[in-house]
Ligand binder design. Sequence first.
Ligand code: RFL
Ligand code: PHB
Length: 402
Amino acid sequence: MPGPDETQVGIVGAGPAGLMLSHLLHRQGIESVVLETRSRDYVERRVRAGVLEQGSTDLLTSSGVGERMAREGLSHDGINIRFAGEQHRIDFRRLTGRGITVYGQQEVVKDLIMQRLADGGEIWFETEVSAVEAIDSDHPRITYRRDGEDAGLTCEFVAGCDGSHGIARAGLEAKSYERNYPFSWLGILAKTPPASDELIYAAHERGFALHSMRSPEISRLYLQVEADETLAAWPEDRIWDELRLRLAEPSLQPGEIMEAGITPMRSLVIEPMQRGHLFLAGDAAHIVPATGAKGMNLALADVKVLAEALAAWYRSKSHDLLDHYSEACLRRVWRAEHFSAWMTALLHRDPAGDPFEHKLQLSYLRYITTSDAAATTLAENYVGFQFPSPARGGGRGGGVGE
Ligand code: RFL
Ligand code: PHB
């Protein structure tokens, strides 16, 4: 058995990607160590995404960590779109036969941490990884700092699940494709009952707003703000006034703001997502603007593919699935990148204020909300495609919707 300074799979980062990978590997009898720079309390409180596609809920359920989600998650069959004083509903269930589940990312993280610890898993919190070395060898090495001491962990494989600011991707020397948007999102979590049963995406002339929720008592709300905006410019009254105005939702009541933050809107893809014995997953490999609600879903989709590929290697020393990991993921990733950029362009006010663009945007919003063909395009992307199946060649042969 490997000792404390070696493991089969070293996983950098305890977000949804790293924790789910460790959980899936454990179910295949593969040992891993998760190294996380933050404390357990910090990662369990970090408020981020909230929408799970069917494929993600299926993965949580089939791997035995979906019990609380089944109880507390909110099942939604569609979303609302508001613009130019009009209100429309996109009926996902009718258009695609599928829906979504609203369940906070930090709840997924809590459920996974609890399960890993119950299974005797190794999660080293407050352990900062400084480098991943020797990735082209059979024994890559993670160097880290814990309790003020520098140390190393020798692995057979390393998964870089260390998010958008992670260090794991530095060793890859891969190509990066990137887009920055001229606005950010101000997001709050508030103790106020949701003003709507389903999400509201509002394209308002003052900027985009989104009404989401976490429970019948807690709402999650977002506003488009300037790219370099600071929270100091947004006292609570201003946030609530602007939300009510843009969402055209007079019934939205101000409540205690439990959390507030500003997130830049950014698109990024690192390609390929692997080299030697290092594999990237989740935000470490790709970032999407949050408008399409894809970030956490992509993270879970990646590690499902990676866990299957690692399991095949440990079972039969077959390299095939590992060799095609990046290829199998990137089809889904690029579909989500396109959808997220498209939703972002459809719904945000362009700070440059080009009047022609604005007219095109209005026309497209009308098209989406009056044509089943156009609405289905939105709906099938939003609810998500099936996970790629590396066993059948994944990204090589089949389409994303197979
Ligand atoms: P995560 O969740 O960022 O987890 C990465 C983990 O790696 C740790 N880490 C390190 N650990 C050890 N050593 C190092 N050197 C390390 N460097 C980093 C980090 O502390 C962290 O715990 O990535 P993962 O697992 O890929 O999951 C992806 C999702 O978190 C992400 O796609 C979404 O949540 C995106 N996202 C949001 N999506 C929404 O739909 N709504 C939101 O409001 C929303 N807010 C957000 C977000 C992403 C953010 N970042 C940082 C890009 C807010 C932020 C700030
Ligand atoms: C959320 O609930 O946090 C959420 C929902 C939809 C999005 C982004 C975030 O597009």
